[in-house]
Ligand binder design. Structure first.
Ligand code: NAD
Ligand code: DAU
Length: 351
């Protein structure tokens, strides 16, 4: 049995769906169902007895300990987090609570449980922590991509909280001998991506005839990875990763934000042309920049390829086409998640 945390969010739900399609091993899915968690993502599993959903907080030690023991968990995969940089700027407290205190609690519960296991189970147990490239800070235009050795230089409350959680995971390995693994991944995109993040926000706003907000000059660079490729990398690290190692995961798809938005507009112009014949690009609007905005991220994912044989299956072009198709075919999903609380967020962020 796996314990997956945050499995009702964007990446977590893609992971759970993929895992249960490919494996007979069940999952207990612990998720607090914050604004970002959505059981609709897991609707197709409602009759699948290999998926046990539990609504709860990773910071609840009684609950986490009970789940570990009851389901004889052999691995924890920690996706649960507050994940949106802009929200961390408006209110960092929740980020410290879940990303730092929550991860600390999960580690402590896992350690106590791990200590009760027989030697063989102890050796095969894994705690896989899902982290981000943002812990490494920002790159200059000509700098080489981040390797696993790059120093931690987080710049936002979000990335600082993720960096803190990575350090806790490392310390639980060195101090207690816990069999941990950490993955640091670049920007994901694909189905079930909450429309507060750039790609789903732009698709949603374009179709609604609203402005497509570009922070600053739109020349910031991200390394985009289709979400199911991130999921396959995590499965690969869980199966073959060496205890205590960290693995960078990336798509080798560095794109400036403006370029990403143009790609979305081109795809929509072709697949869902506007009735007045104009391009969605006309909706692009430059807005005030994000404070402390990191200029460039790029991941050197050669270690995971060399040592574990992982490579992404999707290119930026195939992944973006699949993503736009998914949003066009699942407009009800977007309608459902962009109700009351979402509108409050948009009003606060894009005044
Ligand atoms: P998300 O915001 O879509 O989902 C987070 C999930 O965690 C939600 O379902 C939410 O309800 C749940 N959650 C939040 N607080 C919780 C708590 N205290 N207890 C239990 N559940 C809680 O995030 P995502 O984009 O799917 O990211 C998942 C993980 O991957 C995060 O750890 C994030 O830092 C990391 N990551 C994300 C990206 C990306 O591009 N989205 C890239 C690299 C790494
Ligand atoms: O790099 C991995 C990280 O990617 C993850 O750790 C985070 O959880 C995830 O949210 C994501 O962070 P970003 O800040 O890079 O993603 P976001 O989609 O918020 O923004 C992508 C870029 O687009 C960034 O440079 C800011 C810009 N942007 C974003 C929004 C929401 C805009 O120009 N306009 C917008 O309205």
């Amino acid at each position: 049995m796996l314990l997956v945390t945050g499995g009702a969010g964007f990446i977590g739900s893609n992971f759970v769906l993929d895992w249960l399609t490919q494996n007979s091993e069940p999952i207990v899915n612990l998720d607090k169902l914050t604004y970002a968690g959505n059981l609709e993502n897991l609707q197709s599993l409602k009759d699948n007895s290999n998926h046990i959903f539990v609504k709860g907080d990773i910071a609840d030690s009684a609950l986490v300990s009970e789940l570990l023991q009851k389901y004889k968990v052999r691995a924890v995969i920690n996706f649960a987090a507050e994940s949106h940089v802009d929200r961390s700027i408006h209110g960092p407290g929740e980020f410290i609570q879940t990303n730092v205190i929550g991860t600390f609690n999960l580690l402590e519960c896992a350690r106590n449980y791990w200590n009760t296991l027989a030697q063989k189970e102890k050796e095969s147990f894994r705690f896989l922590h899902v982290s981000t490239d943002e812990v490494f800070g920002s790159l200059g235009a000509k700098d080489p991509a981040f390797t696993e050795q790059h120093r931690y230089e987080p710049n936002s409350p979000y990335s600082a909280s993720k960096a803190a959680s990575d350090h806790l995971v490392r310390a639980w390995l060195h101090t207690y001998g816990m069999p941990v693994l950490t993955t640091n991944c670049s920007n994901n995109y694909g189905p079930y991506h909450f429309p507060e993040k750039l790609i789903p926000l732009v698709i949603h706003n374009a179709l609604k005839g609203k402005p497509l907000p570009i922070y600053g000059d739109g020349q910031q660079i991200r390394d985009w990875l289709y979400v199911t490729d991130h999921c396959s990398a995590i499965r690969c690290v869980l199966e073959k990763g060496l205890v205590g190692e960290t693995y960078n995961i990336g798509g080798c798809n560095e794109k400036a934000n403006l370029q990403v938005v143009h790609t979305i507009c081109d795809l929509l112009d072709a697949k869902m042309p506007k009735t007045d014949g104009t391009s969605y690009k006309n909706q692009i609007t430059f807005v005030t920049d994000r404070p402390g905005h990191d200029k460039r991220y790029a991941m050197d994912a050669s270690k995971i390829e060399r040592e574990l044989g992982w490579r992404p299956a999707q290119t930026f072009e195939t992944g973006m086409a699949k993503t736009v198709d998914w949003y066009l075919n699942n407009s009800q999903w977007t309608e459902n998640v962009t109700s009351g609380a979402y509108r409050d967020w948009v009003a606060k962020q894009y005044v």
